[in-house]
Design a protein around this ligand. Structure first.
Ligand code: CTP
Ligand code: MG
Length: 219
């Protein structure tokens, strides 16, 4: 495959509660990161995977993933953006397409990885998977009083993997100052057109204990 996939996995998992870094928390007996990398590695387009691990767990993570795929492991940073930058720096020069995929979206199907990579290969500099928003959305003031009901039809919930032409992602990271929670947001600021493809409900982000319970049921 001609596609490199960066997997930021160095977060603390504060919202999931006590139990160590989220990427190493178990889902049916295996770390979330193992589930995530296994699915990414199945996608035929993928030629290289670079994981950003907690700095004190780089060797452990490398040994964990060695049986699953040929994975490069680097130390992550204090923010997601720093972790993605560290992983990006470890991508060999021959990869022109780079995807960024949260370890926390552990059950993302390989088909979604393929679809995002295909859209980049088809000429889009930045590609994100999205789902329609199902809840009614309201804007509120500081005391929780409703200001307005937002038009939901124009809103999308954004997932990963997000795909980029390598030069776009490199420029976006060079230009970015504050901590962005997604890479497409940095590309937007550069004026890059961001293309959307249909996301997958299975690509849910495991953030809170409820999400972990849902993922257990899905497996
Ligand atoms: N991440 C990272 N480095 C950081 C922070 C986050 O690599 N310094 C990764 C996480 O490991 C995760 C992804 O970015 O795979 C999305 O972040 P999030 O879901 O917020 O995970 P955490 O930061 O671990 O969780 P929390 O915010 O609840 O602490
Ligand atoms: Mg976080």
């Amino acid at each position: 495959g001609d596609v490199a996939v960066l997997v930021p996995a160095a977060g603390l998992g504060i919202r999931l509660g006590p139990g160590g870094p989220k990427a190493l928390r178990l889902l049916r007996g295996e770390p979330l990161l193992v589930h995530a990398v296994r699915r990414v590695a199945i996608a035929p387009c993928v030629g290289r995977i670079v994981v950003a691990a907690p700095a004190d767990a780089v060797d452990f993570v490398a040994s964990l993933l060695a049986p699953i795929a040929d994975v490069t492991v680097v130390a992550g940073g204090a923010t997601r953006q720093a972790s993605v930058s560290a992983a990006l720096a470890a991508v060999p020069a021959e990869f022109d397409i780079v995807l960024v995929h949260d370890a926390a979206r552990a059950l993302t199907p390989p088909e979604l990885v393929e679809a995002v990579a295909s859209a980049v290969r088809g000429g889009h500099g930045a590609v994100i998977p999205v789902l329609p928003v199902v809840d009614t959305i309201k804007q509120v003031d500081n005391s929780g009083i409703v200001l307005t009901t937002v038009d939901r039809s124009a809103l999308r919930a954004v997932q990963t993997p997000q795909g980029f032409r390598r030069d776009v992602l490199v420029k976006a990271h060079e230009a970015a100052v504050d901590d962005h929670t997604d890479d497409a947001g940095m590309a937007e600021k550069l004026g890059v057109e961001v293309h959307t493809v249909p996301g997958s409900e299975a690509a849910l982000k495991i953030t809170r204990p409820f999400d972990l319970a849902v993922a257990e049921l899905l497996l």
